[in-house]
Design a protein around this ligand. Structure first.
Ligand SMILES: O=C(O)c1ccccc1NCC(=O)[C@H](O)[C@H](O)COP(=O)(O)O
Length: 205
């Protein structure tokens, strides 16, 4: 199971998180988020180990801005967290790894994902809330049985020290990785390294 840690913004903390060797790290480019990484020097990201995929997280950002931020920070992956269309995702597929996020609730229609299947590398299933991302809330993972496409997905939304063991019971064939965020924080954007370390050990057991 792959591990993505999302919403990093402080250089020393980024270094400590990357020392745990996650597969992906996420940086939020959304002004309304308390994890917005504005002001973080590009050098901090460019000096991270090559095997850890740096992921820019965007919400309805223009293609032009995304392209210039990819160039500036050297992102290998992007996570599109807003209402981006399949055509919008296609503009980036093959240039960077594309993760398209969807907020899931009991009414979610998995049929709509068909239109994205050729245009993204991964889906990221997060909990549907009124705000974008980082809610700390889980959704009913049982609904994932309705997902039948062959695009692998990250599970997201409220994963924390208390439920990370349970995640290992998910047997869906496309379950690729977990996305860890607010339940591993001391404050928004500042990750708790001890909690992450324990979770990594459980996941990798
Ligand atoms: O975390 C944010 O502040 C955020 C804001 C806007 C778009 C995306 C954001 N987070 C990206 C994520 O993928 C989160 O990790 C995901 O929503 C799960 O977060 P959590 O419920 O805190 O585990």
């Amino acid at each position: 199971m792959k591990i993505k840690v999302c919403g990093l913004k402080y250089p020393e903390n980024i270094e400590a998180v990357t020392a745990l060797q996650p597969d992906y790290v996420g940086f939020i480019f959304y002004g309304k988020s308390p994890r917005y990484m504005a002001g973080l020097a590009a050098d901090v990201l460019k000096s991270l180990p090559e095997e850890i995929k740096k992921t820019g997280v965007f919400v309805n950002e223009s293609a032009e801005n995304i392209n210039s931020l990819i160039a500036k920070y050297g992102f290998e992956a992007i996570q599109l967290h807003g209402n981006e269309s399949p055509e919008f995702c296609a503009e980036f597929k093959g240039k960077v790894i594309v993760l398209k996020a969807f907020g899931i609730n009991e009414d979610f229609d998995f049929e709509q994902l068909k239109a994205y299947a050729n245009n993204v590398d991964f889906f990221l299933f997060d909990t549907k809330t009124k705000k974008y991302g980082g809610s700390g809330k889980t959704f009913d993972w049982g609904i994932l049985d309705q997902y039948t496409l062959d695009v692998p997905f990250f599970l997201s939304g409220g994963l924390g020290p208390e439920n990370i063991e349970e995640v290992k019971n998910i047997t869906h064939p496309q379950f690729y990785g977990v996305d860890l965020n607010s339940r591993f924080e001391i404050e928004p954007g500042l990750k708790n390294i001890e909690k992450l370390e324990r979770a990594f050990a459980i996941i990798k057991q």
